[in-house]
Ligand binder design. Structure first.
Ligand SMILES: [Zn+2]
Ligand SMILES: [Zn+2]
Length: 351
């Protein structure tokens, strides 16, 4: 019966994707890229650069962690004889590097961008393109806005039961390896990808074309690529065994391994804190920043879920099943629970 439900869910998901693709193919995508100067370029650039940036990011994080914590505590060592949790991390990293979530994200982002853009142009006449006339300023503004959107998305993923049902997979690692960074349901990653591009609507008004792409454009591309690598590397390091809070940099600027470990902690006092994925400022600004209790060792704060439906099967097939089926079963159950839906740590594990 459970298999039938999952199958039905998958079929409706595929049908929804098919609908989006049909709409895009009906000239919408073509019209959008032609009327929005520069947007096609940024999307293609993001896609082309994201793959090597992520590969460089994960390799750099493996090397940095190995050099700083030594072989015994490194993620590389855990790969040799992986526990169920580490195996799921490895599978997540492999799938994430192939980027299937990006395709769903880009399809969604075109649709969402089109809607937001049309609304802004028709009713609000709001655009930042005349204020930010240079490519560099536009991309910098986009990066800041995307960081802000990703902070609030992450907060929503903890506050809305159906989204928590999808996001809890990321929190299900019972041992932190830097690959835990990639642990996430593809469906949710796709939605995130689509939504973080919406701020681009402010910078892509059809009546205000973006400036020509010249030498300065190439400098921006290189800077954007380096930025992608830096964010990706630190995303992995934030999930590593590095025993550091980065000092004042980690308290005010960049998310550190100690800060993000608290976000994964099982203790209730750390729940719904430290949502930032890249920078600390949003948690400081919106009052969700928390530091480790001075009586505790931040590097050994227990992490995971109180009731964990994952890491139960200690085989490759079991991990594949948990990654592709259990994540959806958990989501489906949460949808069925409706108004009685629960939040973090209270979801019932599927039997
Ligand atoms: Zn979270
Ligand atoms: Zn995390």
């Amino acid at each position: 019966m459970r298999i039938l439900k999952v199958l039905a869910w998958w079929l409706s998901f595929v049908a929804a994707c098919g609908l989006i693709i049909t709409i895009e193919a009906h000239g919408q995508l073509d019209r959008f890229t032609h009327t929005h100067h520069g947007v096609g370029f940024v999307i293609v650039l993001g896609l082309l650069l994201a793959i090597p940036a992520r590969v460089i990011g994960v390799v750099a994080a493996f090397v940095i962690e190995l050099l700083l914590v030594g072989w015994e505590r490194s993620a590389l060592r855990s790969v040799i004889r992986p526990s169920a949790s580490v195996r799921l991390d490895m599978l997540s990293t492999l799938v994430m590097l192939l980027l299937p979530q990006r395709w769903l994200g880009y399809l969604l982002s075109f649709g969402l961008l089109f809607l937001v853009n049309s609304y802004l142009a028709a009713h609000v006449h709001l655009s930042a393109t005349h204020l930010l006339t240079a490519w560099g300023l536009q991309i910098a503004a986009l990066v800041v806005l995307q960081s802000l959107v990703s902070y609030w998305l992450h907060r929503l993923e903890h506050a809305v039961p159906a989204l928590w049902a999808l996001h809890q997979f990321h929190h299900s690692a019972d041992r932190m390896t830097l690959m835990t960074s990639a642990r996430g349901t593809q469906f949710l990653k796709g939605i995130e990808m689509g939504i973080v591009f919406v701020p681009m609507a402010l910078l892509t008004q059809p009546t205000l074309p973006t400036p020509a792409f010249g030498t300065a454009g190439f400098v921006v591309v290189v800077a954007y690529f380096i930025y992608h690598i830096a964010v990706s590397t630190n995303g992995y390091l934030a999930h590593s065994n590095l025993d550091t809070d980065y000092g004042w940099v980690g308290r005010w600027l960049i998310v550190s391994p100690h800060m993000h470990r608290l976000h994964h902690a099982t203790e209730a006092r750390y729940h719904d804190k430290n949502f930032g994925n890249d920078v600390v400022i949003w948690d400081r600004l919106f009052g969700t920043y928390v530091r480790c209790d001075p009586t505790q060792d931040p590097a050994s704060v227990p992490i995971g879920l109180e009731q964990n439906p994952f890491n139960r099967r200690d085989s490759l097939l079991g991990s594949v099943q948990e990654y592709f089926i259990t994540t959806l079963v958990v989501f489906w159950r949460e949808l069925n629970r409706g108004r009685t839906a629960s939040r973090r740590g209270q979801l019932v594990a599927p039997t």
